[in-house]
Each structure stands twice: as structure tokens, then as C-alpha cells.
Write a protein that binds this ligand. Structure first.
Ligand SMILES: NC(=O)c1ccc[n+]([C@@H]2O[C@H](COP(=O)([O-])OP(=O)(O)OC[C@H]3O[C@@H](n4cnc5c(N)ncnc54)[C@H](OP(=O)(O)O)[C@@H]3O)[C@@H](O)[C@H]2O)c1
Length: 435
């Protein structure tokens, strides 16, 4: 059996997982690839006593791995966008295929890297970069190739989903659950990337580019995190028949442009995706021929992510015998066939809204708010009003609006928020039916 020689940079969570899964399942994996997958060279700047590195060349400098003539495929599992980018570019230019799990690298520098891969007629594969072990890149690029994709919506950050699940199940507040997520190793010491939606935005832009056939435009994703979600909003959402999920949403608004947005979202509790809990990920895709289809599984972790990395390696291994097949367009569209769609600014987005007002408990307030909405042509679909607590003079007033252009809601809120009966900033969470 011919070999595929692999150079591995990064022996952390994912790198260790790749080593272990390749070793454990090597007979079946090789049979599927039609080649023997062999790790010939790894980079390590310290000891990894828990990993079996017998017979593998070890270098302290990862660039030695990227440039090793005895490596066919560079597997980049270091992370970040500086060294990782240098390694990937060096390997591509040296005519090596690249497999990476690095969403930040692909989202922010993918266009440049894909152009280099094209020029050198090699592949760059990144299945593990989105939703960990769920093979969603394959699904969009291969399985759904016959379809026009209308929209997709994903729970694509496990840490955020864990926090929202705990807030709902146990009535805990955001900060409290975040501390636990950090103790459990789900959230980093600096959780900004996860809870402020940057990690999800990295993944969303990759999904959207493959789904609609357009260059990656990370800077155009509207991004809002979950750190301002209050326990009472979780409770009111439930009362209205909804769950709050942190979604990445990409929608093709035919003839207008593409929406790309990451934000907390109320979704009807009856939807399957509303019941994706804990650290799990899921992506719901709506397309014309297949209709709605949902992909669910582990979005992170050593072996789930290794599963996706190895699937990319096997794909490349299979193509090596036939040079004509070796090059796979990175976004699934042939070169020159990507479209420069307009990315709609958030003001142009259309969706329903959950609004929580904290208002003085006195007559005329509700009718004032209702008049502002009605004057702007915004329908109110549901309303919850509460009695004030004994020691308080203000009450929560919750409204669900019909689907409306964002700029119209902004106008309404601007007119309401400066009224003296408003006690706190209005809470607004977008609502999606996902039908
Ligand atoms: N963890 C997951 O569940 C998951 C899921 C999907 C995608 N990913 C992506 O996979 C990639 C790797 O993540 P990970 O969780 O495996 O990270 P990790 O556990 O922190 O491992 C990173 C590895 O890279 C090495 N490394 C880091 N900086 C280096 C440098 N400057 N020079 C040489 N070696 C360096 C580290 O070595 P030291 O140990 O010496 O620091 C470590 O072996 C990231 O792009 C991440 O976004 C991760």
C-alpha cells in the first residue's frame, strides 16, 4: 500500500486526538483511504509523555515540519493567525496539501490561502474548523450540491450553548455559569471569543461562503454576544413558548443580498434545534430540493475534532493517485465562479423582535408604546404585563413584534427610550421562526 506522509504541527487537544484516533482505527482508516496514513514528523516544544510518538521525527521548530520533503500533507493544529498562517503558506508553496482545524485562520485569511493553494494546485481542507466533529463542510460542499441554499442557522459555539442551557435549566445567571464553564475547561480564561460571538462569527462566515458561493468576508458579520442575557429574559421567553439560543444565521435575501449575523435568538421551543443543549452544536440548513435538514453532534473535544481532521486527510489521500482530482476548490465553487453578493448591514435585516421594557406602573404607558409601534406599521403579536413587586414602582412589559425591518424597530425604540416612564435600557432579542 502506498503511503500518505503526514506532518503534524500542534500536539495539544486536537493534535493528541488525531494521533490517538489514527492509531486506534488505523486498519479501517487505511482501508478507506486506499493508502497507509503515516505520521512522519511532528513539532513539539516540550515533552508529551501521554502520547506515543515512537518512530516519529520530532522537531522543535514547526517550520521544519512544514518544509520537510518527507511530508505530503501538513496538518496545522497550532491555532492563531500568525505562526499558523506562515506554516500553511510555506507548506502550500512547497506543493503540500494542508489540513487545518483553525477557523480564525480560514475566516480571516482564507481568501489569500485559497488563492495560494489554487496557484500551486494543492488542497486546503478545514472540516474541523466549523462545528468540530459534525461534517457540515462536506454536507454543504458535496451532499447539498444540487440545492439552492435559502438560509442556515447554527448553534456553533458549545461554550455559549452550555451557558444558555444552564441559565434555562437551573435559573442561574450568566456570570455564575461562565465561572463554572471555565472551571470545567469549556471556556477559556479569556472567554471573549466564545461569549461575544467572535468564534461563532468565524464559523458562520465559512458556512455562508460555501453555502452561497462568495469570498469570505469576516468583517461584514454582525456579531452580538450572550453576556447581556438576563435570567428573566430566559423565563419570559419560555412563557411565550420560545428558547434563547446563540445562533449564527446566514440568509440569502434574493435580489437584495446576504444576511450574516450572530446574536442571541428566540426560537420556538418545538423546533428540534431549540432542544440542542449543553456543549453540543447543530446546524439547520434550508434549501430548495431537500427542504430543512439538521446536523447535530459534538462541536469540540479531542476525538470529535480529530474525526473531522482525519476525514480531510483521507479525502486528500484518496485523491493522490489521480493528480487531476487532487485539487478540490476550497469553497466548493470552481475558480472564478464565486459571486460578490452584497452583505446586508444589520439595519436592513428583517426579523421579529422580543422587547422587554421596564416602565413606570401608571396608566397610559402601554398605549403610548403601542401608538409608536402602530404609527411605524409594526404589529405586536404577543404581550406580557406584570404586577409590580411590593417595593417597586416599575413593571416589566414584554412584547413580541411581527417580522419588521431592523431600522424600523430602531426608530421605534429611539422614540420610546427617551420617555421619562422608561426605567432601564430596553432589552431587544431577535426572534426567528426557522420554518
Ligand atoms: N479544542 C477543540 O475542541 C477544537 C475544536 C475545533 C477546532 N479547534 C482548533 O484546533 C486548533 C488547535 O486547538 P487545540 O484546542 O488543540 O489547542 P491546544 O490544546 O492549545 O494545542 C495547541 C498546540 O500547538 C502548540 N503551539 C502553540 N503555539 C505554538 C508555537 N508558537 N510554536 C510551537 N507550538 C505551538 C502547543 O504547544 P504547547 O503545548 O507547547 O503550548 C500545543 O501543542 C485551533 O485552531 C482551534 O481553534 C479546536
Amino acid at each position: 500500500m502506498k503511503q500518505v506522509k503526514l506532518g503534524l504541527c500542534g500536539l495539544g487537544t486536537v493534535g493528541g486526538g488525531v494521533l490517538n484516533v489514527l492509531k486506534r482505527n488505523q486498519i479501517d482508516i487505511n482501508a478507506r483511504a486506499g493508502r497507509e496514513l503515516l505520521i512522519t514528523h511532528v513539532s513539539a516544544r516540550r515533552e508529551y509523555p501521554h502520547l506515543d510518538l515512537n518512530g516519529i521525527k520530532i522537531s522543535t521548530n514547526p517550520m521544519d515540519v512544514a518544509l520537510d520533503p518527507d511530508v505530503d500533507v501538513l496538518v496545522e493544529l497550532i491555532g492563531g493567525t500568525t505562526l499558523a498562517k506562515e506554516l500553511v503558506i510555506a507548506a502550500l508553496k512547497a506543493g503540500k496539501h494542508v489540513v487545518t482545524a483553525n477557523k480564525a485562520l480560514i475566516a480571516e485569511h482564507g481568501n489569500e490561502l485559497f488563492a495560494i493553494a489554487l496557484e500551486h494546485q494543492v488542497s486546503i481542507a478545514y472540516e474541523a474548523a466549523v462545528a468540530g466533529g459534525i461534517p457540515i463542510i462536506q454536507v454543504l460542499r458535496e451532499g447539498l450540491v444540487a440545492n439552492k441554499i435559502e438560509w442556515l442557522a447554527g448553534i456553533i459555539n458549545g461554550t455559549g450553548n452550555f451557558i444558555l442551557t444552564e441559565m434555562r435549566d437551573k435559573g442561574r445567571d450568566f456570570e455564575d455559569v461562565l465561572r463554572e464553564a471555565q472551571a470545567l475547561g469549556y471556556a477559556e480564561a479569556d472567554p471573549t471569543f466564545d461569549v461575544e460571538g467572535i468564534d461563532a462569527a468565524h464559523k458562520l462566515v465559512i458556512l455562508a461562503s460555501i453555502a452561497f458561493g462568495m469570498p469570505l468576508q469576516f468583517d461584514k458579520v454582525y456579531t452580538e454576544g450572550i453576556s447581556k442575557i438576563a435570567p428573566e429574559d430566559v423565563v419570559f421567553a419560555e412563557e411565550l413558548g420560545y428558547r434563547i439560543k446563540h445562533l449564527g444565521i446566514a440568509r440569502n435575501r434574493t435580489n437584495k443580498g446576504i444576511e450574516m449575523r450572530v446574536h442571541p435568538t428566540l426560537i420556538p421551543e418545538s423546533r428540534l434545534i431549540a432542544n440542542v443543549n449543553g456543549v453540543k452544536n447543530a446546524v439547520l440548513v434550508k434549501c430548495d430540493a431537500l427542504g430543512a435538514n439538521l446536523y447535530y453532534g459534538a462541536g469540540a473535544g479531542a476525538e470529535p475534532t480529530a474525526s473531522a481532521v482525519i476525514s480531510d486527510i483521507v479525502d486528500i489521500g484518496r485523491s493522490l493517485d489521480n493528480e487531476a482530482d487532487a485539487f478540490v476548490p476550497a469553497l466548493g465553487f470552481s475558480s472564478g465562479k464565486l459571486c460578490d453578493f452584497t452583505i446586508l448591514p444589520i439595519e436592513e435585516v428583517e426579523c421579529a423582535n422580543y422587547l422587554r421594557f421596564s416602565v413606570l406602573d401608571r396608566p397610559g404607558v402601554l398605549s403610548h408604546i403601542a401608538t409608536v409601534f402602530s404609527d411605524l406599521g409594526i404589529s405586536i403579536e404577543a404581550l406580557i404585563q406584570r404586577e409590580p413587586l411590593e417595593d417597586q414602582d416599575h413593571v416589566p412589559l414584554i412584547m413580541l413584534t411581527a417580522v419588521t425591518e431592523e431600522k424600523r424597530i430602531n426608530k421605534a425604540l429611539a422614540q420610546i427610550e427617551n420617555q421619562e416612564f422608561i426605567r432601564q435600557q430596553v432589552v431587544r432579542i431577535r426572534v426567528e421562526s426557522l420554518k
